[in-house]
Design a protein around this ligand. Structure first.
Ligand code: CP3
Length: 347
């Protein structure tokens, strides 16, 4: 069984000889080789826009650490830039965007042609696919419209999402108009990724969990549904990640996703019960547990495996890996998961 089969079968809840593993943000600053590639590029956005470096960075965690699945190296904010929102990454501060705070700015946003404005992403996918052939699955991704809208309203990262939540109550029509535009762009962007051959697509609704359930059902879920339904014909597994999602699992289950990616505050067994064991689940090791001793880390890994469904588990973190994470702990997790999930029968 190839690594690609392991992943694709696990997504379908079929029996596999061991549990596949990958980490959100597995290509990143904790890896010395990533830091070198980034230095070569000059800055983060230039790295994202060079298809050869996109390929190089995407494959570093596969070649150096032996992860089972590759995730395209890019960023969820790339399509916002393609829509005409100025974007930069300031060292130590994260992303900075021109805030969309009036109707004129909203009206100016463009319908994107992914083959011209995000050609570097699509060329990157083609280069990666040529190298990994049929051995390893490549996950493409995008941001869920609500999560992308928070960046557009706040002008960057936020701790309290004040501007987002104010607009949502003060001017819901304006909010929805932005969500509509981002949804249209995301559909075109992700269809293009699928046309170029990604084997799966993950939508990151990183901040969807800040909404109470009725607001999630109005301002996030319908747009995710539209995106997933537009991708169904590609017949590739669709993964939905929401951070802090314990209160909206039932809603996530209606999104059209095949796999639910669960954060570390929740428990996989509880999600299985809530969803009548109908979904493959991805997750949900606490990213901070990699700072613990190997003993502590082993315990945390075992706990995740104990709660995971027998069929249909993809081992992952509950959120992205932290830049300060020791590389040897990442290797330890990969080895441990292999050792603990090796199965004699293929089922
Ligand atoms: O998973 C992967 O390895 C694929 C690559 C990937 C990146 N960002 C690379 C990146 C993916 C899937 C993302 C998604 C992303 N980007 C999300 C959703 C997932 C999550 O973790 O919550 C969000 C919210 C963003 C927006 C974003 N990009 C922020 C807030 C930041 C700054 C954070 C920081 O740690 O400085 C980024 C930059 C970014 N995206 C880096 C990487 C490797 C670090 C850039 C650098 O300094 O080299």
């Amino acid at each position: 069984m190839t690594k690609k089969e392991l992943f694709l079968k696990a997504c379908k809840k079929e029996g596999v000889k061991r549990t596949p593993i990958w980490f959100m943000r597995q290509a990143g600053r904790y890896l010395p080789s990533y830091r070198k590639s980034r230095e070569k590029a000059g800055d983060f956005l230039s790295l994202c826009k060079n298809p050869f470096l996109v390929k190089e960075v995407t494959l570093q965690p596969i070649n150096e650490l032996d992860f089972d699945v590759a995730i395209l190296f890019s960023d969820i904010l790339i399509p916002l830039e393609a829509m005409g929102i100025n974007l930069s990454f300031v060292e130590g501060k994260g992303p900075t965007l021109e805030p969309i705070d009036d109707k004129a700015k909203l009206d100016k946003l463009k319908i994107i042609d992914p083959y011209t404005s995000t050609d570097f992403v699509l060329k990157g996918i083609e280069l990666i696919k040529k190298e990994i052939l049929n051995d390893i699955a490549l996950i493409g991704f995008g941001g869920a419209p609500f999560t992308l809208a928070t960046y557009a309203f706040e002008g960057g990262s936020s701790k309290d999402f004040k501007k987002t939540l104010k607009v949502l109550y003060e001017n819901p029509d304006f909010f929805e108009e932005l969500l509509e535009k981002i949804t249209e762009a995301t559909i075109l962007y992700l269809k293009a990724q699928a046309e170029c051959g990604v084997d799966s697509i993950q939508l990151f609704d990183t901040w969807g969990g800040i909404l109470k359930c009725d607001l999630y059902k109005k301002f996030s879920l319908p747009f995710i549904k539209r995106i997933f339904s537009s991708l169904k014909s590609f017949k590739i597994p669709l993964i939905l990640y929401v951070n802090g999602s314990s209160h909206i699992i039932k809603e996530m289950a209606t999104s059209g996703a095949d796999v639910l990616s669960i954060d570390h505050k929740n428990s996989l067994s509880r999600v299985s019960i809530e969803t009548s064991n109908t979904f493959a689940l991805q997750g949900n090791l606490d990213p901070y547990s990699l700072f613990g001793s190997k003993e502590t880390l082993s315990k945390e890994i075992k706990q995740v495996l104990k709660e995971a469904p027998i069929r249909g588990h993809i081992f992952n973190l509950g959120h992205g890996i932290l830049p300060e994470t020791p590389v040897e702990k990442v290797k330890f997790v990969i080895e441990k998961v292999r050792e603990l999930t090796e199965r004699e029968v293929y089922e």
